[in-house]
Write a protein that binds this ligand. Sequence first.
Ligand code: SMO
Length: 745
Amino acid sequence: MDGKPEMQTEARCWIGAAMRRREDIALTTGRGRFVDDIQPEGCLYLEFFRSPVACGTITELMLDDAREAEGVVAVFGRDDLEICGEAAINRLIEGAPAQIPLSVLAGPRVSHLGQPIAAVVATSRLLARDAAELIQAGIEEEESTADPIPTVRWQQGKAEAILSAAPLRVPARMDHALVAPMALEPRAALAQYDGARLEVFLSTQTPFRARDDIARVLGLDMDRVHVTAPDVGGAFGGKASIYPEDLMVCFAARALSAPVKWSAQRSDEFLAATQGRGAATAAKLALDDEGRMLALTADLEFQTGAWMPYSAYAPPRNAGRMLPGPYLVPDVDIRLSVRPTAQAPVGIYRGAGRPEAVMLMERLADKAARALDLDPLELRRRNLIPASAMPYRTPTGEIYDSGDLAGLLDRLEEVTDYAALRARQAERRAAGEICGLGLALYIEPCGMGWETAKVELCPDGSFRADTGSSAQGQGRETAVAQIVAETLFTTPDRVQVGEGDTDHLPNAIGALASRSTAIGGSAMLLACGKLLVTLRQAAADLAGIELEQVQPGVGGLLLGNRLVDWPRLAADLAQAGRLPAAAEETYTAKGEAWASGAVLAEVAIDPDTGVPTVEGITWVDDAGRIVNPLLVEGQLLGGMAQGLGHALMERVVYDAEGQLLTGSLMDYAVPRASDMPRQIRLEKRSTPSPANEIGAKGVGEAGCIGIPPAVVNAIQDALGPHSGRELHPPLTSERIWRALHSLED
Ligand code: SMO
């Protein structure tokens, strides 16, 4: 064996099993352990004085009242910090403009509302808050002026020339509101310093990157920083980068040699956590008389906010590189720019540029169908990349690994009885109802790069598996245990899973970019394969036989036809001094996995109020090989909820002075259970990915990618007979109602 285990004997059925999430009992009964639950002896609390304006220069900072306030241990301004380095940023776009680094504390300039200017450490959270309110700053306000910076252009063929000569040109524009990632658990950080090592507990998706950034900014050797992510209550991209607040907590803990904790309130999150979306996008599509796509031009302008988190370039790059989507578009000219703003940073948020691309392309497809009087399903069908063309090189230079787009569309047509739905829509319209059907098709990048894993046979014959793909509530422990059980011929309850601890693996990436199963899972699969060989060899050595005479069996190893179960083997190995037996893997995927899906949304609009009701969502998705269908379903539904939020209600709003109008959940609408579709039908097709060992594709972001364009297309379809207005996300009831009544937006 070459380290890659063979698949599937009759006793191995854990990959693919619909197991319940083993972590849920603790998480749903208050027994989770989040950063804020960790309470060291003598813990101090940190709070911030944040900028009350968007942009300006600090002329005076008055900290004395806070320093003298009850319970205050220390107050820090920028001059009290010794900054030794910068937090990293992923320069995903070649030739991208220089990064805009974060400042731990602002000064002399402030660059966004809510930016931390000073930090107060006190003996209780409330005393810290009270003292922070005593701080005053003189700030000379300035206008913020930042022009968009062109970053990259994807060009193939003569798109502009073809466009001007084409029989049909269809334009579309889509401006996305900024939205808040809104994890259930707000950010939190706790640090303590014993003179040798900085112990950091952080609510993060990327503990290893956090370790590296903390070490660099504080000027510590990397092995003197230990980061643990305990239970993380959601992240969605919002906890994928180090923040000024995290670094400030580390500085304070080191300076005071005491445990220091900061836990964000919801208002801190609205003010200073990363936001998502916010792109202004426009495109033109050229088609022939039969509705075949000929060329595509686009201008994509993304916002960066006032500083760039680690993955700031991911959303714009994703949007540009995947814009042509599932369609054969020979010629493209896609121009991308990024615009710094004097607002909270903009980063990855579930979907990370994919929703913006798919929304634009799917609006174009619908508008083209309408212009040609073709059914939108038929127009899409005429332009699909055929399964036989996979792997397919797109005009933007991406390689789609696999997928059966026509198969998805056929299945969607069949399970929805699409023709009958259209007939029913016509009847309802004739009866005066405002109702629409919306389609969306997508193919999205999810699963590339490297990740680490380690697995070990424990003295009692169970296994310990450490994964670099940490957890943020998406059920990683369950999935990892299934992969290990399958590959090491044991049961998931015999697998202890570790994650989120920088001392357990030399390096790792973390939980993001829909890659945990595809990449983290593949790393684990290979680590298990290596361990299996090691254990077979060890067993062979003990028995004085050849490696080939030792084969895996149910629950252990077969020596000839004698089963030595794992506890027995572990005992024998321990006695022979051959424990611990462990294997480690750093896996790099051969290529990128692309998941795909087709969605049909059915929407009705209340004529009196404009309130849209999503009556049904039918979704055929292809996530490649599936480790646990229950986890997949959870991801699809969660993504759907957030996708509906983006499409219909969520919006971060600043006023003309740069003040935030949506600073709390009283003013910012997130979807609730009652906003979910009345009927949800999930259908599967599976084309395993050849790009990674496990054959999986990502699924965590799919709902944010496929659902919004289907819903927006359905609403525009419903409005068709009443209004030709193009609505931009969020399509709130007010915007819909104004369109219905031809009132200004
Ligand atoms: S937006 Mo994600 O956590 O890569």
